[in-house]
Design a protein around this ligand. Structure first.
Ligand code: F0G
Length: 348
């Protein structure tokens, strides 16, 4: 019998949410921290690299950590319906946990800008999916305003219960590594995750990493110091121009003596292919932004890898975005069903 019972069972009162109802869980969390020596040799020579593979959560992204707590809290509060705006992963996760709890789920996605595997999830779990002719930021404004007027619980990361679940990833990293890493690298979109990691490390009191946050160049409000009206990037999960937890992210980056930078789509996709091809670990493009940020920071001399331990958080599974994986890739060649034809391909 497997002992793992999900994050609320594991961490109990360390999570500041209602303890009055049964946890709504899909046994999220407890994801592996995988040593990545081949990628590490290429990216952090003289240092050590580990990948926190959050794509192995039940719906394929880190969002499940925050959704077990947000949906459990929503049930405790007597909610019947939940809503969120999403670039895809939050939508799929909210839909799954809402299904598990018997709640209705309505998700707002940016029209045409969501990866297929995420839409598939949201639909499969029975959410009502509404496409907004606008950006994630428009959707978030709409659900925030609507949730003040309609009897629906908002489960975006502006909801503090989300951070309560997501902070557990920091605790797992420290436990798995035996201490906090020197650097923790991750992508920044709406800035909930970096806020939650920092909260987790600070509460844990077992050491603090420096934070390295990466934004896509076409959606980099933290680097430009202003809202981006029309964010653009092929890493659609982080196609966000006005992060809800902007100030918290800036403060976490400052307090950790961290570093924030932008990475181009080409740099993101280079890191995405390296991670898959050097380590056999398939993440979605946005997840690779953290790896791309680390590569760039080492190359520019901002980060000295010598003797340091790095953790890159791979926030979502590569299968979430099948189009990005096959676009531009060589198509399989087609051959006759004979061994002779196959041997010809092998050059024998
Ligand atoms: N990586 C992935 C795979 C994501 O889906 C997201 C955010 C991020 C990174 C950035 O995390 O927003 O906490 O800074 N996805 C949200 C969504 C916006 O709707 O699924 P963040």
């Amino acid at each position: 019998m497997r002992k793992w019972g999900g994050l609320i069972a594991r961490y109990g009162a360390r999570l500041a949410i209602s303890q009055s109802v049964e946890p709504v869980t899909l046994y999220e969390g407890d994801t592996p921290l995988i040593p990545a020596p081949r990628l590490g040799d290429a990216v952090v020579p003289g240092g050590q690299l580990f990948l926190k593979y959050e794509g192995l959560n039940p719906t394929g992204s880190f969002k499940d950590r925050g959704m077990t707590t947000a949906i459990t809290q929503a049930v405790a509060d007597g909610a019947r319906s939940v809503v969120c705006a999403s670039t895809g992963n939050t939508a799929a996760s909210a839909a799954a946990y809402a299904a598990r709890a018997g709640l209705k789920c309505i998700v707002l996605i940016p029209d045409g800008k969501i990866a297929l595997g995420k839409l598939a999830g949201a639909v499969a779990y029975g959410a009502r999916v509404i496409a907004v002719k606008g950006s994630f930021d428009d959707g978030l404004r709409m659900v925030r305003e609507a949730s003040e007027r309609a009897p629906v619980a908002l489960v975006n990361s502006v909801n503090p219960a989300r951070l309560q679940g997501q902070k557990t990833a920091a605790w797992e990293v420290t436990e798995q590594l035996g201490q906090a890493p020197d650097w923790l690298c991750l992508p920044i979109g709406n800035a909930g995750n970096i806020t939650a990691y920092w909260l987790g490390f600070c509460e844990d009191e077992k050491g603090l990493p420096r934070l390295l946050g990466a934004q896509a160049a076409g959606a980099a409000p933290l680097i430009q110091g202003k809202q981006i009206k029309n964010p653009e990037t092929r890493a659609t999960a982080i196609r966000i121009g006005n992060p809800a937890r902007w100030q918290e992210a800036v403060s976490a980056l400052e307090r950790s003596n961290g570093h924030v930078l932008s990475v181009t789509d080409d740099e993101i996709f280079a890191a995405y292919h390296m991670t898959a091809r050097l380590e056999g670990i398939f993440c979605e493009p946005s997840s690779a932004a953290g790896v791309a940020g680390l590569i760039k920071s080492v190359a520019s001399g901002k980060v000295n890898p010598e003797g340091k331990r790095f953790v890159c958080v791979l926030t979502g599974h590569g299968l979430k975005d099948p189009d990005s994986a096959v676009d531009g890739a060589e198509r399989p060649i087609s051959i006759a069903p004979t061994t002779a034809a196959f041997l010809e391909v092998l050059g024998v």
